[in-house]
Ligand binder design. Structure first.
Ligand SMILES: [Zn+2]
Ligand SMILES: [Zn+2]
Length: 177
């Protein structure tokens, strides 16, 4: 954790996930060199690179100024509008091969923990079990093939791990490269 960074309820350690890195470039929004630069998705129609500082993400100024979103609303079903806005407009997005999806638990957006492989998932058995269940629902009927896919997570495909901000349970989805 970097104590000097603003706190993001739905993305508690954006440095660990690679969404924010150390850098002296000035922020496209406030013009300051804060020492930290955002690196993940920045959806805007405006002609701007989206190298913004974490503070301009946290206070919503980057989203407002560039009419931008850091993640789209995909996956954020059934959460109140204010939470949807906080995730899409005031929370760093993350790097993914496919379109990032934000997971929901206990009617709240979950906190993004990071991209993980099978080993990390086995340390969160509830996330592994939920992922196995979801993949079955998505049509993985061959149990052996499914287990092979799961045990190979971290090599090519990986899992995006979240933690419920309400009950603390871990959940994940698979991101294929
Ligand atoms: Zn800034
Ligand atoms: Zn929960």
């Amino acid at each position: 954790m970097n104590a000097e960074l603003p706190f993001f309820r739905y993305h508690p350690d954006p440095v660990a996930t690679g969404s924010v890195r150390a850098g002296n470039e000035p922020c496209d929004c406030c013009g300051r060199s804060t020492g930290w630069i955002y690196t993940a998705a920045f959806y805007t129609a405006k002609d701007v690179a989206g190298s913004v500082c974490p503070w301009c993400i946290a206070d919503g100024s980057a989203a407002e100024r560039f009419d931008a979103e850091f993640t789209d609303a995909y996956g954020l079903d059934g959460v109140p509008w204010e939470i949807l806005r906080e995730v899409t407009h005031r929370t760093p997005g993350f790097h993914a091969w496919q379109d990032p999806r934000w997971l929901v638990h206990c009617h709240d957006a979950a906190a993004f923990i990071g991209e993980v492989g099978y080993t990390e998932l086995t340390a969160r058995p509830e996330a592994l079990e939920q992922l196995r269940h979801d993949l079955r629902m998505e049509g993985w009927h061959d149990a052996q093939q499914l287990e092979r896919f799961l045990t190979h997570l971290g090599h090519g495909a990986s899992a995006m791990l979240f933690r419920c901000t309400v009950c603390g349970t871990h959940l994940a989805y698979a991101d294929a490269s």
